[in-house]
Every structure is written in C-alpha cells, then in structure tokens.
Design a protein around this ligand. Structure first.
Ligand SMILES: Cc1cc2nc3c(=O)[nH]c(=O)nc-3n(C[C@H](O)[C@H](O)[C@H](O)COP(=O)(O)OP(=O)(O)OC[C@H]3O[C@@H](n4cnc5c(N)ncnc54)[C@H](O)[C@@H]3O)c2cc1C
Length: 417
C-alpha cells in the first residue's frame, strides 16, 4: 500500500470518516536472520543514522533494535533545547549542521516535528562568564554561526519576567542565538521511524541485545531477547548504556553514565517565548506549547544508571532559578523524571571506529545530544557507509583521549543541554 501523505486534506478526509483510515506509522517487524547493518538503540540518534543510511547512501537492508519502546530513552526525556553556539570549531560544525537539518526535517519526512526556532539566551551572571560568552560570540562569527552578545536591557526586552538585578547573580548580558529553539522529541523519533519503515528497514522494539558475536576482530552478529541476528556492520547508539554494550563487544569506552533530571510546572498563560539558560546557577527554562515551564538542571555528581528524578536535585534546580525568575516560586510542580546520560571527560561526543573492524559507536553526547540528532545521524551514517569517519565525525574519534586532542566543551560551554 502506498504511504499515506499527512496534509490538511488528509486531516479533513479522516475527520469526515471518524479517523478510521489512518495507516500505522511504521511496520512492527519480526527480526530476520541477517542484515547489512544492525543499529542497536532506537533513540533519535539510532533512527537518524538509519534514515541517512537510506537517504544518503542507499543502504536499506537495516535493522534498528530497541530494548524498550522507540524514543523511550533520553530521546523522550530531554528538554528539547536546540542550539549550535559552541566554542570549538568541530562542535560548531556538527551542531550547526544538525540545527540546519532540523529546520527542514518536518517537510522532508512529511511529519510535523514542531520545530520552534524561538531563540536561546545563555545568561552571563558573572564577569568571568561574560568574557567567556563574548569569546564564544567571536568564535561563532568565524564559524558562520549566527550569535550575538547582548546587554542586560536587551535580555529584559526579550524576557520580561526575568529579574536582571538579582543581589547574588545579576544578569550582565547574554549570548543570544536567534535561530536556536526547541522541537517535539517524540515526533522526531516517530517521524524518522516512519521514514525508515517506508524505506523497507526493520524497526524491532522489545528486542534487547544481550551479547555480541565475533570472529577475530570482526562482529558477525548480535544475540538478542528475540534470537540471534547476523550483520555485516554494527552500530552501537545506546547513550547511557554504551559502556555496557562495549563490554559485551570486548572493549572499553571513556564514558561515565549518570542521571540527568528535568521537571515541568503546572501550565500557565504564555509568559516566555525564548529559551533561557542560566549556567552559573545551573538551571534552564522554556515554556511548552501547553504552557508548562520546562526546567532542567545539572547531572548527578555520582555514576549511576537510574532513569528517575530525586528531591534534592529538584530543590537545587528550582532554588537556583528563583532569584532570576521570581515568578516560578509560586508555580506548582507537575512532574519530574530522569534519563541516563553518557559523559566523556571533555564533554564532547564520540563518533568513532572501534577496535572491531566493522563496529562503530555514536555516544558520549552527555546532557546535550538532542540538538545533535540529525547531524550526528548524518555523520554516523557516512562513517558506516564509508567504513571511516567523514569530515564531521573525524575530530570526534575516541583515539583523541589517548592522543590528548580534547575538544574541550566542559570549560567552554559549562553546561551542554
Ligand atoms: C533530563 C534530560 C534533559 C536533556 N535535555 C537536553 C536538551 O535540552 N538538549 C539537548 O540537546 N540534549 C538534551 N539531553 C540529552 C539528549 O536527550 C541525549 O543526548 C540524546 O537524546 C541521546 O540520544 P540517543 O538516541 O543517543 O539516546 P537514547 O534516546 O537514550 O537512545 C538509546 C536507546 O538505546 C536503547 N538500548 C540501550 N541498551 C540497549 C540494548 N542492550 N539493546 C537494545 N537497545 C538498547 C535504549 O533503550 C534507548 O532507547 C537531555 C537528556 C536528559 C536525560
């Protein structure tokens, strides 16, 4: 059956027949014995990799294996901030590629991902931070990323609910990226899954990889909760579970897994139409289409694999933001949650070959990989298809930790959401 096109006419047609004619967005596949490429992880990055394998390289005999449900990992748990105002050149290149792919993704895959380029302010609340963001603004000019350092008055114009005269943390200015923003995370996962399924790829949920079969330095297949599956090439794209998967394959990754948490308030009338990040106090906030204030903070200070929130973090994050946004002290908390993120020492990702000739990893995005989803998928697909990293991925090989070639965004960005 030809794939249904989503449009206003389709909506009207379905409304007239009680929505009885919608097709399933993607087929529920049963695993086959072998694929050219097996991707472990049905999050945004795994799905984007599969999508660009098909779209850019014509590789369509692909399976995406997900132990739970599509997008149920960090993809469905993040606060959806998209920006590309990083300091280092390799970071700016991949995040800007990603941001620009997001701009047209909805039209390309015929699925509304609700991309909202509403702009993002990163507040400077100490002299040190002000100098840091001015430096980033200069770097961004050279990288072709449109940002600007703005003063406190402009910040107040953009965010009327902000208090710029806080006694401890006054707002001294901000790094402003007008084309940054947010989108809808589930929609990206579902839309990409639909596009992959349409190209004949198999999306297999409830399929946990429990072992990796090797012949010397080559992967021959994976063992899963739904049987053994052979593969020509393997990609591990499992965020906080990357260390566990690498161990199954017999190598180690320089990754630590920690919980990162977020929360939303009760819905209120529209009051803030940009994203604001306050990295000195470590909190950030945007308003969802439903009116909830979406708030995030820092990661846990100890390694763990949990996927839930905790009270002390909530208190810390909200306390941090109250001086800058006094109005949130009167809001009620609606829900909070956590995800398991994969952190590297330099807070930059790993897009890399591995000690196994036909096995590749995409991980280490830590607290900030949502914004990179299409760009990282593009770069990972290129690496799988060519057997070696292309220009976007090359700086992010894991050998950089051995060679001391760090891409230091921990000092540059401080916080990476
Ligand atoms: C609270 C929170 C807020 C965040 N906010 C932002 C933000 O505002 N902006 C931003 O850019 N980034 C943000 N991030 C980070 C971002 O969500 C992640 O970097 C990104 O979503 C990672 O995508 P992924 O596809 O690699 O991982 P995931 O979406 O986690 O996908 C990995 C998948 O692999 C599956 N898996 C694991 N092990 C196995 C196995 N053995 N077999 C089969 N499947 C397996 C998991 O179930 C999971 O679905 C946030 C993260 C969190 C937790």
């Amino acid at each position: 059956m030809p794939k249904q096109r989503y449009s206003v006419f389709a909506l009207i047609r379905e409304a007239m027949r009680h929505h009885s004619g919608w097709q399933r967005a993607w087929a529920d596949a049963t695993p086959r014995a072998r694929y050219d490429v097996v991707i472990i992880g049905g999050g945004g990055h795994g799905l984007a990799t599969a999508y660009y394998l098909g779209r850019n390289h014509g590789i369509r005999n692909v399976a995406i294996l997900e132990k739970g449900w599509l997008g149920g990992g960090n993809t469905g748990r993040n606060t959806t901030i998209i920006r590309s105002n990083y300091l280092q050149d390799p970071s700016a290149a991949i995040y800007e590629k990603s941001r620009s792919l997001y701009e047209t993704l909805s039209q390309e895959i015929n699925y509304n991902t609700m991309f909202s380029p509403r702009g993002c302010l990163m507040l400077a609340q100490t002299e040190h931070e002000k100098r840091g963001y001015q430096r980033t603004a200069h770097a961004n000019v050279l990288q072709g990323v449109e940002t600007e350092f703005v003063g406190p008055r402009r910040v107040k114009e953009l965010v009327p609910i902000i208090n710029i005269d806080g006694p401890r943390y006054p707002v001294l200015g901000a790094l402003w990226q007008p084309r940054a923003g947010t989108n809808r995370h589930d929609a990206v996962a579902w839309g990409l899954a639909r596009a992959c399924s349409d190209m004949g790829m198999d999306i297999i949920q409830n399929c946990e990889v429990t072992g990796i079969d090797r012949d010397g330095d080559r992967v021959t297949g994976v063992r899963t909760s739904r049987g053994a599956i052979g593969c020509g090439k393997l990609a591990m794209i499992v965020a906080g579970n990357s260390g566990a998967l690498a161990e199954m394959a017999g190598f180690r990754l320089p990754i630590e897994s920690v919980a990162l948490q977020a929360l939303v308030s009760e819905p209120v009338k529209p009051c803030m139409d940009v994203v604001v990040m306050a990295n000195t106090v470590h909190g950030y906030m945007s308003q969802s289409d439903k009116g909830e204030m979406v708030i995030g903070g820092g990661a846990d200070g100890f390694n763990n694999y949990t996927q839930r929130g905790s009270w002390h973090h909530l208190e810390q994050t909200v306390r941090a933001l109250v001086e800058t946004f006094p109005m949130i002290s009167r809001l009620r908390l609606m829900r909070h949650w956590g995800g398991c993120v994969d952190m590297t020492g330099d807070r930059s990702p790993i897009l890399s070959r591995t000690p196994l000739a036909n096995c590749f990893v995409n991980c280490g995005w830590g607290t900030g990989g949502w914004k990179a989803t299409p760009g990282a998928g593009w770069a990972t697909a290129e690496m799988i298809a060519r057997g070696e990293p292309g220009p976007l991925a090359a700086p992010f090989g894991m050998e950089r930790f051995r060679e001391g070639r760090f891409i230091d965004e921990s000092v540059a960005a401080g916080v990476a959401h």
